[in-house]
Design a protein around this ligand. Structure first.
Ligand code: C5P
Length: 297
């Protein structure tokens, strides 16, 4: 087995409440997050004994950095350090998930690299050890390791899998993901939130929102949706609330922003007619903006 190929999904924050600032500079949050059936593809090919550098990366999107700032190569270094496995690996990334979107592309790629390396190396790491490595790579990495809808807590590293009946309310739901040409840098969004007084939702309120949805099997996912980062990001990027307002008014949708943006999404009725919705999005954000019609995994 010389090459392993791993699917690297995007995610959506269906509910995201930032509940306070931590002493380590990160923020505590409560978030219900679902992977999508759509994403990138990462292949890892074993080249042979390494000489210092654990890997190289090529990507079909020239805008993606392929140096050691990329989480794929950070994951390779962390894996080599944790296991002592010293083979050289070449990664090939088919990039579909836009950057600066808040839908987890970089974090997902890092976890895909961990999975691929563990397979190539004969599975030296069990799930708890992989979870430790993943949490060290980024706040969203633990959820991608889970590979299923979860509730994230802490700075994101504590994940609880949703129960079967909760997953059944998410899985297969059609969702439209759309992103303007500009991205949002996550550290900026959190800084901006921290600078706005009264912007944190008390943790008990966040937990109560999630518990209300979990406890009512008849409650659709629509009743859960929310994101407390929206106010801070929308105050600067007016194109986001402007379009979401139009989609509410003209299409009866309930669109939200995912994570720290700039990607937004809307659940769609399965038979929804896409062209008129897409026309409104492209009219507002330009013909080149990103639009993807997919489903929650
Ligand atoms: O962990 P990750 O590298 O994805 O986080 C990017 C940045 O987002 C952090 O450096 C921090 O500024 C902010 N962040 C935060 N609290 C979180 C997650 C991210 O403040 N729970």
């Amino acid at each position: 087995m010389n090459t392993v190929t791993v699917f690297s999904p995007a995610k959506l924050n269906l509910f995201l409440a930032v509940t306070g600032r931590r002493e380590d500079g990160y923020h505590d949050l409560v978030s219900v997050v679902a992977p999508l059936a759509w994403g990138d593809e990462l292949s890892a090919t074993l080249l042979g004994p390494g000489l210092g550098s654990p890997g190289t990366l090529a990507c079909d999107d020239p805008a993606v950095p392929v140096d050691e700032t990329n989480l794929v190569l950070k994951a390779a270094r962390a894996f080599a350090t944790a296991t002592g496995w010293s083979e050289r690996v070449h990664f090939t990334l088919k990039k579909r998930i836009p950057m600066g979107a808040g839908i987890g592309g970089g974090s997902s790629n890092g976890v895909a690299a961990l999975r691929a390396l563990n397979q190539l190396a004969g599975n030296p790491l069990a799930e708890p050890a992989l979870a430790t490595l993943a949490a060290g790579l980024g706040s969203d990495c633990a959820l991608f390791l889970a590979g299923a809808p979860v509730i994230m807590r802490g700075r994101g590293e504590r994940v609880e899998l949703l129960g079967e009946s909760e997953r059944a309310r998410l899985s297969g739901r059609r969702v439209l993901v759309f992103k303007p040409a500009f991205g949002v840098a996550t550290p900026w969004a959190y800084r901006r939130l921290a600078a706005t007084s009264g912007s944190y939702l008390p943790p008990a309120d966040a937990e109560a929102r999630v518990a209300a949805w979990r406890g009512d099997p008849a409650a659709p996912v629509e009743s859960l949706l929310g994101n407390t980062l929206e106010t801070a990001v929308f105050a600067k990027h007016l194109a986001l609330p402007a379009l979401l307002g139009e989609l509410r008014r003209h299409c009866g949708l309930a669109p939200r922003m995912s994570g720290s943006g700039s990607a937004c999404y809307s659940l769609l009725p399965s038979g929804a007619d896409l062209p008129p919705i897409e026309a409104i999005i492209r009219d507002a954000w330009g013909p080149q903006c990103f639009v993807c019609d997919t489903v929650l995994a």
